[in-house]
Design a protein around this ligand. Structure first.
Ligand code: GDG
Length: 490
């Protein structure tokens, strides 16, 4: 059975009985930016917000997040509230404000230069700086104050998102012990040997154990977390029940594989506007009967984008008959560009695109078209529908929603997904062509296999992939978290 928005609403009504439902994350689901004299509302390139928005539209009250857009202050009321989504007004976005120094220390410095590389095994060393750690602690307190203010004295369920807010649950409960909290960690949890290099590892673990429930995408990350706690913290770890007891308090540690709103994506993908946009892309890039490959990513060194280009290079070198017949679109926007590693990645990607295009291009064909910009959800949908194959080549990824979006959009049951084994998604999407992105020769063979796969096989695989995402959609994910909460005897 596929979970619907209405099923989730009913579950929330019966299980959360009158508790406020609050989501907290660093990134906001809608960003208001100034474009000339006009205010535009954009959807950020973030798996977390894309996943949580339908849940909030179904049952949320308030989403607390950092207001990072240039027109964000102009669009809130005196309580820093704005109703979103802009066209539907389903829930309240409460924005909190950070100074430039706070953003640099907490967001860029500690969250993204220390915790992000610490948790992803992508061979980029974390940078631990006490100055940034202090900002991280302070900003977690700013978020806690905002949550407590929103909740007042009543009962509430606060659903905390991700690695930016590891200390939040304890800070909230210190002020309002009646609040129940769950936290979902959207990125991998590494093995204890990798984690133990963090100088503030114990504080982070203790902070996370302030939650009643702690969720990861897959059981492997839960096991890594339990083992890290056992080795680093005074506590009782029960592997049978996957619970940690510390200071008389229990935290359940559970896998909740996140997903997308399959039905909405499938419905949107079938709209006439998408077909028009597909035609427009064909016209603009003068595409005729070439095979089209796509990669859609927030540009990040964990996504294996250079590896993907090296595999394409190998493919064209080894199978020259495909030169002129395959066009690969790399789409996505740069992120975290104030961090040196990300600037280096952008330069590396630019260099590779230039080198490969120079090697193979003709007067009327280029192997790689790189659109390094923020694209609208409708344009991304059109590319998903146009592609003969989609490449997700992450070196390490908690889940990867691009893979699930591609599958959901293929209402025609066509298209091949090439998917890294090192994504959470690979555990569910076993009908994809699974690859090791570091094994460039095999990766190149998979590109050939995707292009040459017979139509019946493509259809059979895509059907199965679609069934998996349809069944395990985002509403089931949220329902699983809430049902687990209900077992705590609220
Ligand atoms: C984290 C974890 C986990 C990309 N370019 C544009 C754009 N996107 C959208 C995609 C997709 C989202 O961004 C990326 O989601 P992912 O899941 O692939 O990756 P992360 O942002 O790293 O997310 C990840 C996720 O949290 C959820 O738990 O799956 O493992 O790392 O939705 O379509 N969207 C728009 N313009 C773009 O140019 N509008």
């Amino acid at each position: 059975m596929s979970w619907t928005k209405e099923d989730l609403q009913e579950l929330v009504r019966t299980k959360l009985t009158g508790r406020l439902f609050i989501v907290v994350s660093n990134r906001e689901p809608y960003i208001h930016v100034l474009s000339g004299d006009e205010i535009q509302c954009i959807v950020p390139a973030s798996g977390l917000t894309v996943a949580l928005d339908p849940v909030m539209c179904a049952c949320g009250c308030v989403w607390v997040a950092h207001g990072s857009g240039s027109a964000d202050r102009q669009t809130v009321d005196d309580k820093n509230h704005v109703l979103v989504p802009p066209d539907k007004s389903c829930y309240t976005l409460r924005r909190i404000w950070l100074t430039k120094e706070e953003e640099e220390g907490y967001y860029l410095g500690f969250s993204n230069e220390a915790l992000w590389p610490l948790c992803h095994i992508a061979y980029t060393p974390p940078n631990f700086d006490e100055f940034n750690w202090n900002f991280y602690k302070n900003v977690n307190q700013i978020f806690a104050d905002a949550v407590v203010e929103e909740v007042g004295d009543g009962p509430a369920f606060v659903f905390i998102q991700d690695y930016h807010l590891a200390l939040l649950s304890r800070l909230i409960k210190a002020r309002s012990p009646q609040i129940i909290t769950a936290q979902f960690w959207h990125i991998p949890w590494p093995n204890p040997e990798a984690f133990r290099i963090c100088p503030w590892g114990e504080e982070i673990l203790d902070g996370l154990l302030g939650n009643d429930i702690l969720g990861f995408h897959i059981k492997y990350h839960c096991d890594n977390f339990l083992e890290t706690v056992r080795l680093m913290l005074e506590s009782r770890v029960d592997y049978e029940t996957a619970e940690v007891s510390r200071g008389g308090k229990k935290t359940l540690v559970r896998p909740f594989p996140i997903s997308v709103d399959f039905n909405r994506i499938a419905r949107d993908a079938a709209q006439a506007e998408v077909s028009e946009e597909m035609e427009e892309i064909r016209r603009k890039w003068q595409l005729s009967d070439e095979f089209i490959g796509i990669g859609i990513d927030r540009l990040d060194y964990t996504k294996g984008i250079p590896h993907r280009f090296r595999a394409l290079d190998k493919f064209f070198a080894k199978y020259p008959e495909y030169q002129g017949r395959v066009v690969f679109f790399q789409l996505g926007e740069p992120s975290r560009i104030h961090i040196k590693k990300y600037r280096e990645l952008n330069a590396e990607i630019d260099g590779l695109v230039e080198e490969i295009n120079w090697k193979y291009q003709t007067d009327c064909w280029k192997p790689i078209i790189y659109l390094r910009e923020h694209l609208s959800p409708a344009t991304l949908m059109a590319f998903n529908r146009l592609a003969n194959f989609c490449v997700v080549s992450s070196l390490h990824d908690g889940m990867n929603l691009v893979a699930k979006e591609f599958v959901s959009s293929r209402v025609d049951e066509d298209g091949v997904l090439i998917l890294s084994r090192f994504t959470g998604a690979a555990r569910e999407l076993t009908e994809a062509l699974l690859i090791n992105p570091y094994a460039i020769d095999d990766f190149a063979e998979s590109i050939k296999k995707a292009i040459e796969m017979p139509a019946e096989q493509r259809k059979a695989k895509m059907k199965k992939l679609r069934q998996v995402v349809e069944e395990n959609n985002i509403y089931r994910w949220a329902a699983n978290v809430i049902s687990e909460l209900a077992t705590l005897g609220l």
